[in-house]
Structures are given as C-alpha cells and as structure tokens.
Design a protein. Structure first.
Ligand code: S0N
Length: 274
C-alpha cells in the first residue's frame, strides 16, 4: 500500500530521510550508492532523529531502514575509516554509531528494523539493537569485522550471543559468513521474513498493533528486558521509569508540597499495598 510519509520538519538532513506516518517515525539511511554505509554525519543525523523520537509524544513507534532494495546498512563507510574511527568533514575520527546503538536501546518506544537487503558489519549490529527485526526475503545478514579490520565486542557480540547463542555468535564473528533471512530467522535474530513487496506493510501493521497496546506497559517491558542484561545501567533505566511513575502519584506530590508549605508530610493517608 502507498503511504503518505511526511517529512518531519525542522531538520536539514543530508544522509538520512526522516518521515512520519500515523505516529510512526521512519528513519532511512539514504546512501544507496554505498549500500547505506554510515559516515559520522549519517550517525550524527540518526542521533538527532532518535532524540526527536524520544521527545515527541506523537511518535509511538520507530522504523529504521535503508534506502532502496539492496541494503539496510553495510556498516561504517570504509572510505572515511581512519585511525581511531570514521573521519568526518571536521577531520575528527569518531565511533558515534555507538551513541545511536544506546539511543535505540534506551528509547522508551519500540524500534523495528525493516531489513530490506544487506545488514552487514556495523549495519548488522544496528538491526541487532532494534527491538524487532522484520526482513525481506532478499535480506542478507552477517558480520565482517575480522575480515576488514574491525570488530564490535560490545552489544554487537554479547547481545547477539543472547539472541543466537554463544556458539552461533562465535561462528558469525569468526567466520564472517553471510546468512539468508530465513537462516537469521531460525537463529532467533529475525522476527519475520516476508516478500520484499510486503516489507513496509508488515512493519506498519506490527507498529499499528503495538500502538493499540499500553505505551507504558511496552516501555516498562522494554526496560525490564534491558535491565536483565545491562547491569547497573539497566537498573538505572528501570528505576528511572519507576521514579517517573512515582512522581505521578499523590504520595510523591505530598512530600514536595509539605516541604514548600513548611509542614510535616502526611504519607499515612495513601494506600499501602501488600
Ligand atoms: C554490503 C556488500 C556485501 C554488498 O555487496 P554488493 O551488492 O556486491 O555491492 P558492492 O559492489 O560491494 O557495493 C556497492 C558500492 O557500495 C560500496 N560500499 C559497500 N559497502 C561499503 C562500506 N561499508 N563502506 C564504503 N563503501 C561501501 C562499494 O564499495 C561499492 O562502491 P563502488 O561501486 O564504488 O565499487 C558489500 O558491499 C560489502 O561487503 N561491503 C562492506 C561491508 C563491510 O565490511 N562493512 C563493515 C564496515 N565496518 C564496520 O561496520 C565496523 C563497525 C565498527 O568499526 C565499529 C565497531 C565498534 C564500535 C563502533 C564501530 C563503528 O563503526 O563506529
């Protein structure tokens, strides 16, 4: 189905498209010529788009994808790989895709990877970071790091291993083979495989189903699933959500009010659940 994706205004992005339809934001890496490899500018723009998605209450689900029908993302752009990272126009080497990884993980809304072709290297890690992955039948998955002089031993290794198991994760990294969409689905890192023509429809359908669910319930589930794996940082995320909820309650309001009114707070009037 043809959808009227509207450009989200206020940004002058050069390497991504940032669009919205029915409370769904779509972030598209727009470097088709290079199989949607990312530069420091691409990842900086993605960071800004994800920050907007976090702040904007109207956005309920995010879809991450790549332009065209050949690639989701082929990782860091080798043309600008220098010593210490990927070098932008300012001459500074950066690994700022790591910030994008964290933004996806901490976004209190579902993120769907819409994998429309190659998800390779750092591009593979990006789909791993997303909450759900829906892939077209032509999608190809794999890591290449040890073949091309890089590696992602962070989420790209440990979170991948949680998904596919330690043996498979080691195979993926040590051999640098490529896997079909169905193989990736069998390994547990893809939720659904569909024909290319149905890819966007399926992602939007899934987004719309999730939008019928309680946003706060989804937020808490995501934080809980993260917390199990993320140690103190995961507990901080979950605890932050608990604090946010506490602040919506009269009991928390009473404490602040009492301070400002220079009296003792009366917490006894609020229910205590077993
Ligand atoms: C994706 C592949 C398999 C597609 O093959 P296909 O369809 O045969 O197309 P090609 O002819 O190969 O490509 C078309 C044009 O696109 C260019 N291109 C493709 N990928 C890249 C890329 N990654 N960088 C720059 N250009 C790319 C081709 O060069 C070609 O251009 P022309 O027409 O001029 O020849 C195939 O293209 C492929 O294997 N690509 C390389 C994939 C790869 O190895 N990617 C890994 C890159 N490294 C990372 O992502 C590392 C991540 C990382 O370093 C990291 C780790 C930890 C923390 C942070 C980071 C970080 O990156 O920030």
């Amino acid at each position: 189905m043809e959808r009227n994706w509207k450009k989200i205004s206020g940004f002058d992005f050069k390497e991504i498209l940032f669009e919205e339809y029915n409370h769904i934001a779509k972030i598209t890496i727009n470097r088709e010529r290079y199989r949607n490899a990312f530069t420091p500018l691409t990842t900086w723009e993605m960071s800004q788009a994800f920050a907007y998605c976090r702040e904007c209450a109207d956005i309920r689900v995010v879809i991450l994808t790549g332009a065209g029908d050949k690639a989701f993302c082929s990782g860091g752009d080798m043309h600008v790989k220098g010593r210490g990272g990927y070098v932008g126009n300012d001459g500074v080497p950066r690994l700022n895709v790591l910030d994008v990884q964290m933004q996806i993980r901490r976004l209190p809304k579902p993120v769907i990877a819409m994998v429309n072709g190659y998800a390779i290297g750092g591009g593979h890690v990006l789909h791993v970071m997303c909450d759900l992955t829906i892939a077209s039948e032509n999608a190809i998955f794999g890591q290449t790091g040890p073949k091309v002089g890089s590696f992602d031993a962070g989420f790209g290794a440990s979170y991948l291993a949680r998904m596919v198991g330690q043996k498979k994760a080691r195979e993926i990294w040590f051999l640098c083979k490529q896997y079909t969409a169905h193989e990736a689905e069998q390994m547990g890192m893809v939720n659904k495989v569909v024909p290319f023509e149905q890819l966007e429809d399926t992602c939007v359908d899934w987004a719309e189903i999730m939008m019928e669910r309680s946003p706060l319930a989804l937020r808490m589930i995501k934080a809980g699933l993260n917390a199990e794996l993320d140690g103190q940082a995961g507990i901080q995320e979950l605890a932050g959500d608990a604090t946010m909820l506490y602040y919506t309650m009269d009991e928390a309001q009473e404490g602040g009010k009492a301070f400002l009114e220079k009296r003792k707070p009366d917490f006894d009037k609020y229910p205590v659940f077993p």
